[in-house]
Every structure is written in structure tokens, then in C-alpha cells.
Design a binder for this molecule. Structure first.
Ligand code: FAD
Ligand code: SIN
Length: 530
């Protein structure tokens, strides 16, 4: 038996929650399916803030220009203008939902600065902006009678008309989700499904992303034949706290916005050799500069020097970062922070239009899983929270129209059929493959690429793909198997797209084609057989 809703939302970060609230307010019955507890998301860890034009001295056209400049010729200018124009209204809405953006002593809103922005325009809640947004949205969800939340439910696969051999145009009919508490796969039926599953950071050995970021939404969409693009554009954040294990706590770019300076191990403020904007150049430039400094000196990290920032500023604006560093033995007023780049954000993803519609009827996507054309080849800092909330609102409006024009499915969806063998001796292979995909991506598909490295990665990922496919069809599914299967798939898509791009642009830098080729447009992934 399936459970039936007007709208199903997969994911409970800023995109999924904002969208769910909107469609529920329009009277739809909504299910939110989320694989951990509701708060666990990239959103919850966002630090720097949300970019929008709210000051008299700023202008949407300046925000557009900065976004296009960072995007290195691959943004869709019309999408950029439309999305950024909705910025101030979306901020106002977040404030109405209970987000208290930090204010200055004079009562005006505090605006931070980050790389690539020509103006101060980052609204923030100290350095825990994401958590403040997540808390406010979850509060709204808890008060809505129209929303059921299914925590610890892992969305496994979309159900489509084509997969069920239904006549007529293909469309989404629902999905299968694994209840990770009962270990049963449940069937959900709906004419509308929103993918809001976030990014893919966990595909890399070192990432700022939490464990949820395994690319599940992109993998599901791809397997359903939905268009996916620009997967090669992986943003590496320049400054994650360096430690010997693989954890990478983010040191917000906003810290550089307040005057912190990158230094190599000789103490040199090296960014002036790379870009006139120095430490506040766009992220691709700063991350490559750090990579180059580390390679030249054989160092494991560079330093971030915060010692000239007034202590009160550090305490007021960055209490979370200050406390974290202190626990690691680094006092920001006296010591420098050891930092390294880490995989942070995916600029590509499931292709959507400005209504959040994908190439499959009834399937919508917004947030980091989606590719709207806003970010191009490199996202401007703090544009992602903004894009997620703006696109959630636009998507919700489009869904209202779709529900009025599409008809319900007169069909009982089939139940999930499980593999029935479980061989615990083989489980160690999963762990091994998990490590291998992450290491392969880090070593061969990182900040600086080459055709040889990418081909090496492709060979390894293809071997992993064969192994995991065999596993998937022969064993009862569980969360780690499903995540690994998705990670291997999206890793393959990143490599495929990277191999297509015979130029260096934005976040994709390859030693074999160091110049930009103006004739190259968006990359597309090979289409799935099933
Ligand atoms: P997420 O917030 O990642 O939510 C995804 C949701 O989907 C989660 O609930 C997850 O559990 C669920 N999910 C995933 N797969 C499944 C599945 N198979 N089944 C069910 N549920 C699933 N951006 C900014 O603009 N400003 C910042 O200051 C900023 N700081 C950042 C700091 C850090 C440390 C990180 C990691 C990112 C930061 N970003 C920032 C990026 C930004 O936070 C994310 O791009 C944004 O939060 C993504 O929101 P989302 O709703 O699309 O996805
Ligand atoms: C940060 O605070 O540096 C992260 C901002 C972002 O990813 O947009």
C-alpha cells in the first residue's frame, strides 16, 4: 500500500523546507522525506550568510555583475538577474518566518563581505546563519497542519510512468523510500516530487559538507533520465581548518571579509601575487593559489592570519569559529589558523528552468541539487542560500499551476521488491569502495586536473560502478549501500563532464588546456540507460 500526498519534498534543508511551507500555505498536503533528523543538512552548517541587495548604496545590477564575473562566462544572465532581483523580498520573508539577522549597534542590519563581492551585502546571524534559518523554518513546519515529516526515510528511487510502462508522456508518479529504522522500503504516491537533496561534497575525501551530502537526488534524477549538467564545477572552499584526520571545519570567507590575510609558511601574504583583489578574489582563484603555494613549499597547509582583527569583532561576529579554533589550541587574537581547501559546493546538478521544473513532468528541483544557470562555472559566495529560497518560492508557484492542469494517477503503484541475500562477510567491500571513491576524486579530480588524471579516475570509477551494481541487485538494500551507489554514480558524472571540457574555466582547471575556449557552453552528462 502506498501513502498518497499532493506534493512530496525530498530533503529538509533551506530549499525543501521553504518550498514545503509555501505549498502547504497554498492548501496542498505535503510529505517531507528526509534521511536523518530534520535539521541535518548543509544548510545547518552555513556560516557566512545570505547575499542580497538590501542597502541604499548597493544595486541589483552590481550584484548581477559580481555574479557574472565569478561565473566566468557560463552563467545564464537572464536567470541571474531574475533570481537576484527576488533577493530582498526573500530576505524579508525569512525575517517574517523568524530569522533575526544580526544588527549593528545603530539598529541597521550588519552586512558582511566575502570574496568576489564589490559591496558589503551578506546578511548573517553571527557565524551560524544556516542554523538560524533551519531553526526558523523547522518551527514553521512544526506548526503546519498540512505537512507530515518522515525522518530517517531515505529516498531510493523515483517512480515514473516510463518505468511502469505507462502510455503517454513520461512524468513522475512517486518514489520509494527506505525507512532506516524498520529497514522496510515504503511507497509514496504523488503527482509532484521536489528534489531538495543538496550537494555531493562527500564524494571527496576532504569536504566541509556533512555526511548527508552524497548526491542522492542527482543520482535518482539521472537514473530516471532527467537532464543533469555542469557537474565538473566543484567549488573548493579555500579555508577549512587543517587537521590530520579528514574532518574539515569551515573558516568562513567572512573572516577574510573582516581583514584576515592568507600567508604561506614563510609568512608571506601571497595572494597579492595572484590577483589584485588579494584575499577577497573569487574562490576558484584563492583555492588555486593556496594549492600552488602548498605544492611549491611542500606544506600541508597555509596560514590564515586574524591577529589584526579587533578581539571584540572576532567575538561578536565569529563566536562559533572562535570557540572551535580555541578548542583546537588556536587563539585567533594570538595564533594563525592552519587552513587548506576542501570540497564545498556543486555548481552543476539537475537542470531546471526559473520555475524549478526539470525535464521530467512533475519533478521539480531546487537548492544545491539544481542547476538554474545562476552560478555558471563558479558560485559567488553566499549566493546559494539565496538561490535556494528564491527558487523554492518560484517552484511552489509553478506547482500550484501544475496540480490544476495535471490529472491524478488511477494506478496502484507496485511495492518495492528486495534482493533477499545478505552476506555480512562482503560488507567490508562497501567500506573499502567508499574510501576508494573519495580518494580517487580527491587525488585525480581536484583543484588542478589533467586529462591523464581524469582518465585514471574514470577507469577506477567504472570498476567501482560494476562492483556496486552487482551488489545492488543481489543484496538487501541499506543506507550505506544506497549512498555508495549514488556517490559512485555522481563521481562518474563529474569525471565525464570534466573530460568533455577541453578548456580551463572557473572551477575547472586542467593542465592540458590552460586557456578558456569561448565556444564551449554547458556540459551535459551521458544519458542513463535506466
Ligand atoms: P541541504 O541543506 O544540504 O539539505 C539537503 C537535505 O536533503 C537534507 O535534509 C538531507 O538529509 C536530505 N537528503 C539528501 N539525500 C536524501 C535522500 N536520499 N533521502 C531523503 N533525504 C535526503 N551557502 C551560502 O549561501 N552561504 C553560506 O554562508 C554558506 N556556508 C556554508 C558552510 C558550510 C560548512 C557548507 C557545507 C555549506 C555552506 N553554504 C553556504 C552552502 C549552502 O549551505 C548549501 O548550498 C545550502 O544550504 C543547500 O541547501 P539545500 O536545501 O539545497 O540542501
Ligand atoms: C563561508 O562562510 O565562507 C561560506 C559561504 C558560502 O559557501 O557561500
Amino acid at each position: 500500500m502506498s501513502q498518497s500526498y499532493d506534493v512530496i519534498v525530498i530533503g529538509s534543508g533551506i530549499a525543501g523546507l521553504s518550498f514545503a511551507l509555501k505549498v502547504a500555505e497554498a492548501g496542498q498536503r505535503v510529505a517531507i522525506i528526509t534521511k536523518k533528523n530534520s535539521a541535518e543538512s548543509n544548510t545547518n552548517y552555513a556560516q557566512g550568510g545570505i547575499a542580497a541587495v538590501t542597502s541604499q548604496t548597493d544595486d541589483v545590477e552590481m550584484h548581477v555583475a559580481d555574479t557574472l564575473d565569478a561565473g566566468d562566462g557560463l552563467c545564464d544572465e537572464a536567470s541571474v538577474r531574475e533570481i537576484l532581483s527576488d533577493g530582498a523580498a526573500s530576505i524579508e520573508e525569512l525575517a517574517q518566518r523568524g530569522v533575526s539577522f544580526t544588527q549593528l549597534d545603530d539598529g541597521t542590519v550588519s552586512l558582511g563581505k566575502e570574496g568576489g563581492h564589490s559591496q558589503r551585502r551578506i546578511l548573517h546571524v553571527k557565524d551560524v546563519t544556516g542554523k538560524a534559518i533551519e531553526d526558523a523554518l523547522l518551527h514553521g513546519i512544526a506548526s503546519s497542519a498540512n505537512i507530515d515529516t518522515f525522518e530517517h526515510h531515505f529516498a531510493v528511487e523515483l517512480i515514473t510512468a516510463a518505468k511502469l510502462n505507462q502510455p503517454g508522456a513520461d512524468r513522475v508518479l512517486g518514489l520509494y523510500a527506505l525507512n532506516t529504522k524498520t529497514e522496510q522500503v515504503e511507497t509514496f504516491q504523488s503527482r509532484v516530487v521536489l528534489l531538495a537533496t543538496g550537494g555531493i561534497g562527500q564524494v571527496y575525501q576532504y569536504t566541509t559538507n556533512p555526511f548527508i551530502a552524497t548526491g542522492d537526488g542527482i543520482a535518482m534524477a539521472y537514473r530516471a533520465g532527467v537532464e543533469v549538467r555542469n557537474m565538473e564545477f566543484i567549488q573548493f572552499h579555500p579555508t577549512a581548518f587543517y587537521s590530520r584526520d579528514s574532518d574539515r571545519f569551515l573558516i568562513s570567507e567572512a573572516v577574510r571579509g573582516e581583514g584576515a590575510i592568507l600567508r604561506n609558511l614563510n609568512g608571506e601574504a601571497f595572494m597579492e601575487r595572484y590577483d589584485e583583489r588579494k584575499d577577497l578574489a573569487p574562490r576558484d582563484i584563492v583555492a588555486r593559489a593556496i594549492d600552488s603555494e602548498m605544492k611549491q613549499t611542500g606544506a600541508r597547509h597555509v596560514w590564515l592570519d586574524t591577529r589584526d582583527i579587533p578581539l571584540k569583532k572576532l567575538h561578536d561576529h565569529f563566536p562559533n569559529i572562535y570557540d572551535f579554533c580555541l578548542k583546537q589550541g588556536v587563539a585567533l587574537e594570538e595564533d594563525m589558523i592552519p587552513v587548506v581547501p576542501a570540497a564545498h559546493y556543486l555548481c552543476g546538478g539537475v537542470k531546471t528552468n526559473l520555475s524549478g521544473e526539470t525535464s521530467l513532468a512533475g519533478l521539480y528541483a531546487c537548492g544545491e541539487v539544481a542547476c538554474t544557470g545562476l552560478h555558471g562555472a563558479n558560485r559567488l559566495a553566499s549566493n546559494s542560500l539565496l538561490e535556494a529560497v528564491v527558487m523554492a518560492n518560484r517552484g511552489a508557484t509553478a506547482v500550484g499551476k501544475y496540480l490544476k492542469t495535471s490529472h491524478a494517477v488511477a494506478l496502484e503503484l507496485p511495492n518495492w521488491v528486495d534482493g533477499d541475500v545478505r552476506d555480512s562477510d562482503e560488507r567490508v567491500v562497501l567500506l573499502h569502495n567508499w574510501d576508494e571513491v573519495k580518494r580517487t576524486m580527491w587525488d585525480y579530480v581536484g583543484i588542478v586536473r589533467s586529462t591523464k588524471r581524469l582518465e585514471r579516475a574514470r577507469t577506477r570509477i567504472q570498476a567501482l560502478e560494476r562492483e556496486i551494481t552487482d551488489y545492488y541487485w543481489n543484496f538487501k538494500v541499506d543506507e550505506s549501500l544506497l549512498e555508495l551507489r549514488n556517490m559512485i554514480l555522481v563521481a562518474g558524472l563529474v569525471v565525464d563532464c570534466a573530460l568533455q571540457r577541453s578548456e580551463s574555466r572557473g572551477l575547472h582547471y586542467t593542465l592540458d588546456f590552460t586557456d578558456k575556449d569561448e565556444a564551449l557552453a554547458d556540459s551535459k552528462v551521458r544519458m542513463s540507460a535506466s
